[in-house]
Design a protein around this ligand. Structure first.
Ligand code: FES
Length: 113
């Protein structure tokens, strides 16, 4: 078995987790949830789009759900490092964050880990 095959054989298949209702997250804000035992932050932007990230900032554990948002980035409330929604990369020199697929289904927030 090649290393690539070994990795794919041991990787977990993505699993959807319903974490709450869309109305639990006011427009323009984020909220922390637990999805399958993992703390995540879910954001509902004012344009209606949804995003999900790890809950704790990798810099010093800041609560990312309390961060400021725009259409491109999330800004941690503690030291203002910024992270792109698209891939979690920091635009200000910090380590990247994990981003997760999230969607709405019949009013429920569904995060895939
Ligand atoms: S804890 Fe997030 S930028 Fe420092």
């Amino acid at each position: 078995m090649s290393l690539t095959e070994e990795r794919s054989a041991t990787a977990h298949a993505p699993v959807e987790h319903t974490v709450g209702r869309v109305e639990d997250v006011p427009p323009g804000e984020g909220r922390a949830f637990v999805a399958g035992g993992v703390q995540v932050a879910v954001f509902r932007l004012r344009d209606g789009s949804l995003h999900a990230t790890q809950a704790a900032c990798p810099h010093a554990g800041g609560p990312l759900a309390d961060g400021q948002t725009d259409v491109d980035v999330l800004v941690c409330p503690l030291h203002l490092f910024a992270y792109r929604w698209t891939d979690g990369a920091s635009t200000s020199g910090a380590a990247p964050i994990r981003v997760y697929p999230v969607h709405e289904r019949d009013g429920a927030l569904v995060v895939t880990l």
